[in-house]
Unconditional design. Sequence first.
Length: 198
Amino acid sequence: MYKFFTTVFLLALGLLCSGVSTVQAAGIATSTATSTASSTVPVLAATTTVSGIASTTATTTATTTIVVHDSAVVEKRVRESFVDAPAMVQIARCESNFRQYTDSGKPFRGGANGGMVGVFQLYEKVHTAGAHALGFDITTLEGNIGYARHIYEQEGTTPWASCEPTPVLYDNSALRIELLTKLVELLQQLLVLTLAGK
């Protein structure tokens, strides 16, 4: 029992002293799985004329490999798109852990019945028509980020209320000390009660 209280105390102490919000603590681990998608692009190879008799045009295809869902690439794009709104970066981390696509290359889906899509987990049934009207495809990285920007400009972070970052107490040392003191007192009282009950 004593080990349990010690563990709880150390965890609470660590989070309070480090200034890490619950959103940050929940999103510390990140996935860096990299997958690729291939596309075939026609490339004009050569045009030859032999003594003005025949002209031949040869066309070949080249396969290009593009990384489409490396979480580091997605995070970089989100950060670039929301330089002025760091809360949206934390929301993307909370919503999808910076995933737009699954390892198989399909759009990342979450929520009830997979109804949310992409890095900002936009509700597909609600947002697809509005996004298309503005020229965004929310199943793509750029479309998801672009439409999230549109929503943010209209409504702020309210649509992502479950992922809004909590304020971090970086500069309020007195409040931290007071909270830690109360936590220690409560843990001491709980320990006394536990030992008295044996």
